[in-house]
Design a protein around this ligand. Sequence first.
Ligand SMILES: Cc1cc2nc3c(=O)[nH]c(=O)nc-3n(C[C@H](O)[C@H](O)[C@H](O)COP(=O)(O)O)c2cc1C
Length: 369
Amino acid sequence: MYKLFFRLVFTRMDPEEAHYLAFRWIRLAARVPVLRTYLAAALAPRHEELRTEAFGLRMHGPFGLAAGFDKNAVAVDGMSMLGFDHVEIGTVTGEAQPGNPKKRLFRLVGDRALINRMGFNNEGSLAVAARLASRNPVFRTVVGVNIGKTKVVPEEEAAADYVKSTERLAPYADYLVVNVSSPNTPGLRNLQATEALRPLLTAVREAADRTVRTRRVPLLVKIAPDLADEDIDAVADLAVELDLDGIIATNTTIAREGLGLTSEPSLVKETGGLSGAPLKARSLAVLRRLYARVGDRITLVGVGGIENAEDAWQRILAGATLVQGYSAFVYEGPFWARAVHKGLAARLRTSPYATLADAVGADVRKKTA
Ligand SMILES: Cc1cc2nc3c(=O)[nH]c(=O)nc-3n(C[C@H](O)[C@H](O)[C@H](O)COP(=O)(O)O)c2cc1C
């Protein structure tokens, strides 16, 4: 049904317009109490065996919404209603900014992929903090807050911009993510080099501890799939050294590998980050490498090209405690999160593992045993 609708309606619309339309519907549905209650009950993960814990937070299931879909935290309850067990909002920057000129989002339907060069269009840390502060506390969705650098702030002053966002947003964040991996803010990914990353993460950690004294806000870093293997190892070692809570692997890629022949060549040539199915193999490889390096010392979050329960299961076996998705939601529709959780529960039941936690990293452990 959704696929027919997608073909007949969404593919005829500009992808960004389609995104906002779908977004409006989700927000509207979430505002009608009967509908909200019905959908939430039908779509939330209910499988006892999927209950999981990540960086001290208890979750009903491991699958959540990746950053970028709800940049301004306007649809947290709507996305949770659709069965995403955690919602990562952002990227939010210190100051509001419009992002890159349109068109900046492209659908590569045949490849089940997207290319985007949105450029962190968002309302800024002050506005988003005010919105999070006014959320109805009855809804207990786990909210991750993903922060990035304001475009006009020079690279040398990046830490101050991240600290500003941290001071404003940490009180409302169940976990905080330092995003240094989007390809659409010039120079941002240079912050992944350990000489830049160490002071940045240290400053954000201190700011979070200074601002929120009643609990320790978990801090994660999100990395690019385009890092060389030795740079992945360096980030992993740094994360252990700094006692980070997690690493999210991965963001979109600037590579164009894995694209079939089905997408228009003009689309493939668009600049920006590629996400969806073609990213699957690389994101999985990065995750495996991270797990082999850090084991259970750091919680890993797998994202990139996850389309179904089997993909999510493979990430868990490769070391992910949590998994996230974005692009396949566009192609699969509103019941996607439920399908992933349901399929994961079935997969776990037929596996040799009693709990999800037992399955985390099992493939990598087997290989190194
Ligand atoms: C249109 C679009 C916007 C995105 N914006 C952000 C962002 O603001 N911050 C971020 O950390 N990741 C962003 N991402 C990356 C996703 O969170 C995710 O890491 C990536 O798309 C790979 O997952 P997927 O293949 O399931 O889409 C964006 C992705 C897309 C498609």
